[in-house]
Design a protein around this ligand. Structure first.
Ligand SMILES: [Zn+2]
Length: 344
């Protein structure tokens, strides 16, 4: 068994070790051995995912999130859709960049990027620039109702884990690529930097959703971390509408949406009853495409755990979630929560 002392020390070291290890392995396969960057990225991604699933059991941030919440099938299907769409989008996007640069660069590129500078000097500004497009795509997904109806499927998860890191509506994925890519392409950022950004986006993205006890206070000042992202998944809009950066926090700091709480963590996540996303997969995909948007009935809505409830003692989490939303206000929640252990 892992002792509390070991878990405590591991929580400080794991975040840089995991993210740095995945990036080092990928870059070694790509630049050291000469593998195709995308093939190496996919291989490292699946190995990384398997490692994180094991660590979620050994060093959970919130043990209650490891229980089946009844959304496992939805999360897996949506993740497969997301991975497929992302792979296609990445290939199309990188092909478009290479084609634009080699064929019609004078027409599409503003030629303001200093491509003649050494790569190591270009890489960090290039990553920050790529993050601008994705930051705007994410921010607008929260602020524009038509986009929020798709992005809210991702926010409907009542817990965070590597399994639901890919829980996105397909339209949400397409939107991110369409809005996120033009800025760096137009400015002429090299395709190699797009590869570096994609690796950070992929490995860092799955890590920010992992249910692993990782303490990232230092890193949260510069890049998106699990600490920051759990606040982004809060059921309270004032907390949700912050920390939009997918990889860095640069644009959140500049635009005033960076929020970091060094003490405390958010453990009740989801949308509560504010956006009634259906827990049925086909409805969750179909409803946002209809004029009415999400319109799940009370019996089929995804339910968040109430404030302060972090572990289930007397009833299974699935039973709690299946109990549905309150008929009026919070009275029924209080009734359903009776029997749940509330941590001080
Ligand atoms: Zn969001």
């Amino acid at each position: 068994m892992l002792t509390p002392t070991f878990r405590n020390h591991a929580s400080y070291l794991l975040y840089p070790a995991l993210l740095g290890g995945a990036l080092l392995l990928w870059s070694s396969l790509w630049l050291g051995i000469g593998w195709d960057a995308d093939v190496a990225m996919q291989l490292v991604y699946w190995a990384f995912l398997a490692l994180l699933v094991i660590l979620e059991r050994l060093l959970p941030f919130e043990p209650a999130w490891n229980r089946n919440d009844g959304q496992l099938r939805n999360d897996i299907v949506l993740s497969i859709l997301t991975i497929a769409l992302n792979s296609i989008a990445t290939i199309v996007c990188l092909w478009a960049i290479e084609w634009a640069i080699s064929t019609i660069e004078p027409l599409v590129s503003l030629k303001v990027w200093p491509a003649h500078w050494p790569f190591y000097v270009q890489v960090i500004p290039g990553i920050i620039l790529w993050d601008l497009g994705n930051h705007l795509a994410h921010r607008w997904a929260h602020k524009i109702p038509l986009l929020w109806r798709f992005h809210s499927v991702h926010h409907s998860a009542p817990r965070l884990s590597v399994i639901n890191a890919g829980r996105f509506h397909p339209i949400d994925i397409v939107k991110s690529v369409v809005i996120g890519s033009p800025i760096p392409i137009l400015l002429g950022v090299p395709a190699e930097i797009a590869e570096c950004y994609a690796a950070l986006y992929l490995f860092g993205g799955i890590l920010t959703h992992a249910n692993i006890n990782l303490r990232c206070t230092f890193f949260s000042r510069f890049i998106n971390t699990p600490d920051l992202h759990r606040w982004h998944h809060s059921p309270h809009p004032v907390e949700t509408d912050t920390n939009y950066g997918e990889v860095t926090v640069v644009w959140d700091r500049l635009f005033g949406s960076y929020v970091f709480h060094a003490r405390g963590s958010r453990r009740n996540l989801g949308l509560g009853y504010t956006v009634p996303v259906s827990r049925h997969l086909l409805e969750a995909i179909w409803h946002p495409l209809t004029p009415a948007g999400h319109h799940a009935g009370p019996e089929s809505r995804i339910v968040s755990l109430p404030e302060g409830v972090t572990a289930v003692a007397d009833i299974a989490l699935t039973e709690f979630l299946a109990a549905g939303p309150p008929a009026h206000g919070s009275e029924r929640v209080a009734g359903v929560v009776h029997g749940i252990q509330v941590k001080p």
